[in-house]
Design a protein around this ligand. Sequence first.
Ligand SMILES: NC(=O)c1ccc[n+]([C@@H]2O[C@H](COP(=O)([O-])OP(=O)(O)OC[C@H]3O[C@@H](n4cnc5c(N)ncnc54)[C@H](OP(=O)(O)O)[C@@H]3O)[C@@H](O)[C@H]2O)c1
Length: 306
Amino acid sequence: MSKTIFITGTNSGFGKAMVELFQSKGWNVAATVRNKSKHLDLFYGMQNVKLYELDITDYEQVNVVANEVIADFKKIDVVVNNAAYCLMGPTETTTMEQIENQYKTNVFGLMAVTKSFIPHFREQKNGLFINFASSSARFNYPYVASYGGSKWAVRGISESLGIELKPYGIEVKTVYPGVHATNIFTKLDHGANGNDPVYVKNYKNYYANFLGAQSAVTMVTSPESVAYDVYKAAMNPNSGKLNIVSGGDAKLFEFMKKVLSERAFQKQLVNSIINPITSGGITMFKWILGKDIKPLLTDIPENLIR
Ligand SMILES: NC(=O)c1ccc[n+]([C@@H]2O[C@H](COP(=O)([O-])OP(=O)(O)OC[C@H]3O[C@@H](n4cnc5c(N)ncnc54)[C@H](OP(=O)(O)O)[C@@H]3O)[C@@H](O)[C@H]2O)c1
């Protein structure tokens, strides 16, 4: 019998790549988007994909959709908490509303989806949650204190639930991708404003170096490679591999954090904001990423950089 996977946030990036991969492998896929009318052709012709409308910050809707999916497919094998977005900018110039919203989606939304599927998994004594954290939850970058913080929260949630739910046959795995060619950098919530004198006087130079490094690296790893890592995890729910670090940059930084002293590791990242990225840095980054690359899509306002 075909297995069924539920995936949030599937109109772009990893979510879309996962739907395409799992359906091609014969899985039933229950896929969510925030607004179905905006994605009428999404997954067109893919018989084993069913699309649901879901904003994970609407907790009532989360319960309704989870019950609908369970009623439609009877047995759900895997739930992927993929949907999230990134708030980026200096913490001083970011509003508390932005910070709260970041946690509302990336942490509380993920918790709502998880809670709504636990009873089903518990009753069937089987099920796998795969939670998307980020390489920002293995070490963190500057200017993503809130985003990275939300992903460290996902890491902690996963670790705790993995123990708490184990007696019911439920597994929890966590994915930590490095920088990948999805749409996330075209939908950034900016915690910086190019017209704010505090930003311009105190942060613009350093933040421009940070963003400049991102835009200098024009090609990054394709989302399909992460989708494949998730597929391997879903096919081996009971393997002991609970944490999946995906992408050459994430693996390199993971290694550096292990071998360098805390101060030396921090110094590397401080240097990355004090000084613009060098051509040597770009070459090294390209070498780490290898051949499976796609253009990095970004939509950064000019007045944040120049
Ligand atoms: N790309 C990277 O470099 C990277 C690295 C590490 C971790 N990640 C993580 O990977 C996951 C997928 O992101 P992505 O890179 O594939 O970005 P993406 O292309 O922007 O996809 C994110 C998806 O989440 C959806 N989403 C956002 N807020 C939502 C909400 N409140 N309710 C329901 N859906 C919502 C988006 O819908 P809309 O289109 O409607 O906004 C979109 O479908 C995220 O958890 C992200 O933090 C990404």
